[in-house]
Design a protein around this ligand. Structure first.
Ligand SMILES: Cc1cc2nc3c(=O)[nH]c(=O)nc-3n(C[C@H](O)[C@H](O)[C@H](O)COP(=O)(O)O)c2cc1C
Length: 393
């Protein structure tokens, strides 16, 4: 029988699913409800010094949809508006009621040693299990030198990590920004500064676009907008890439996140190096109840694949990632056409004709592959509405 229980930095996790620091962890009573429903832990909405001024804009969200579904969110929300006392009392209440749940206090402060150390010292006196340093919010608040302004700078990231480690009495995770050209540089800088673990990714900076009728922004704050943080399904490939890159460079524990909406997504993150996962946008769109199918799905998967636990799955796929120069280049994945399934719509012929290779033709009612011209790029397979094309090596 596989177990979802896991241990990271000496902290026992009932299961590897944590709520990420965000609106679903902004209120103690909501976190209480989420714990009742099965979440393994929560990273609290980022706590800041009480005197840090924060003014929110309205509205603060916009979504990206494919034809039917929401595939991502852009937000311009700032940090927790609750006081440090609210969080200290709340953490005590939650731990008393749910002693087996993991609580991670996310924190952010201006670039000032006293400000960071004061907040850590206060939260040291709570039963929170760990800290997460939010160095990575893209919009909150670079003009004050915080958020992503920290996480895109190696030296500032390392300096603040050292300040925190000098006084922290709990393990310290650093939450990294994907909005850098090389996330491993920052990961290694904070590792050298003695961070105990890493969390990745925070939101990806983006711009949701315009309403074409009015040419006003979709995230319209009185006619203006700003670059915000994108999250949800649309950022998953970026999150997976970042986690895999960090894992290739570092052996610190990683709390993987970015676009996880199903247990299958969680498996992907664990297989490329995450020790546990965090989820925000999917909860904002569908509620805490998503945890039920996630727990069941992951448990079944571990059992089917004979993985005894999360550690057995962790890193299992990291070696599939290599440099382009090291990929095998001697065989071509020619398209194999299933003529029974093929609807003769000609879509594959058109895209092949117009995307360089001109290797597919409709001859006597059948799609024919010209192997002299085909480079095995694989595009035809994805545009076929009938699923009639598979690659053959
Ligand atoms: C509305 C919103 C508010 C967020 N607030 C915070 C925050 O206060 N602190 C933080 O570290 N991350 C914050 N995040 C980032 C999430 O914790 C998470 O890293 C990111 O959304 C990617 O995960 P997802 O795709 O599951 O949403 C926020 C995200 C959203 C959408």
């Amino acid at each position: 029988m596989a177990t979802l229980k896991t241990k990271i930095l000496g902290i026992n996790f009932e299961n590897p699913f944590l709520l990420a620091s965000a609106p679903p962890t902004a209120l103690i009573e909501s976190i209480d409800m989420a714990f009742e429903m099965g979440w393994g832990g929560a990273v609290l909405k980022t706590i800041t010094p009480d005197d840090l001024e924060m003014n929110e804009a309205s509205p603060r969200y916009a979504v990206l949809k494919d034809k039917r579904n929401i595939i991502g969110l852009q937000n311009i929300e700032l940090l927790s508006h609750k006081t440090i006392k609210y969080w200290c009392d709340g953490i005590k209440f939650l731990k008393q009621k749910h002693p087996t749940k993991v609580i991670i206090a996310s924190i952010m402060a201006p670039v000032n040693k006293t400000a960071w150390q004061d907040i850590v010292k206060t939260l040291n006196n709570t039963p929170a299990d760990a800290f997460e340093l939010n160095f990575s919010c893209p919009h909150g608040m670079p003009e004050k030198g915080i958020g992503m302004a920290i996480g895109t700078d190696r030296e500032i990231s390392a300096t603040i990590t050292k300040w925190v480690k000098e006084v922290a009495q709990k393990p310290v995770f650093v939450k990294l920004s994907p909005n850098v050209s090389d996330i491993t540089e920052i990961a290694l800088a904070v590792e050298n500064a003695k961070a105990d673990g890493l969390a990745a990714i925070n939101t990806v900076q983006g711009f949701m676009g315009l309403d074409l009728k009015t040419l006003r922004p979709i995230l319209d704050v009185n006619g203006k907008t700003t670059f915000g943080g994108c999250s949800g399904t649309m950022v998953r490939p970026i999150g997976l890439r970042c986690v895999a890159q960090i894992r290739q460079a570092s052996s610190l524990p990683i709390l993987g996140q970015g676009g996880i909406s199903t247990w299958e997504d969680a498996v992907q993150y664990i297989a490329v190096g995450s020790d546990a996962v965090q989820i925000c946008t999917e909860v904002m769109l569908n509620g805490y109840k998503i945890i039920g199918p996630m727990l069941k799905g992951l448990q079944n998967y571990l059992e089917e694949k004979s993985f005894a636990n999360i550690s057995a799955l962790k890193n299992k796929a990291i070696e599939v990632l290599t440099a382009h120069k090291d990929l095998q280049k001697t065989t071509l994945a020619y398209p194999q056409i299933n003529h029974e399934k093929c609807g003769r719509c000609g879509k594959c012929v058109t895209i092949c004709m117009e995307s360089e290779h001109q290797a597919l033709q409709l001859n006597d009612g059948n799609i024919v592959v010209d192997k002299e011209r085909c480079v095995g790029c694989g595009l035809c397979r994805f545009v076929c509405p009938a699923g009639a094309i598979t690659p053959r090596q």
